[in-house]
Design a protein around this ligand. Structure first.
Ligand SMILES: [Zn+2]
Length: 68
């Protein structure tokens, strides 16, 4: 039978497409190209992950509106 072989090839093609897809600077959600250094996606509002800023952001959460 030829079907198991065809099915295997089909699976390989699917996996290959999945991994070969260009995942460059585009938005992970909608795929739109990133606009310069914009922190948000201009199309869907996706927040780009920037590891450099993350630590600072979390540090600021400690002091939130401490009014008397
Ligand atoms: Zn987007």
């Amino acid at each position: 039978m030829l079907w198991p072989l065809l099915f295997t090839i089909f699976l390989l093609v699917v996996v290959a497409l999945k991994y070969l897809r260009p995942r460059a600077k585009g938005c992970p959600q909608c795929g739109a190209a990133r606009e310069g250094d914009h922190p948000l996606c201009i199309v869907c509002g996706w927040i780009y992950d920037s590891p450099a800023d993350r630590d600072e952001d979390y540090g600021e959460h400690g002091e939130v509106e401490t009014r008397p």
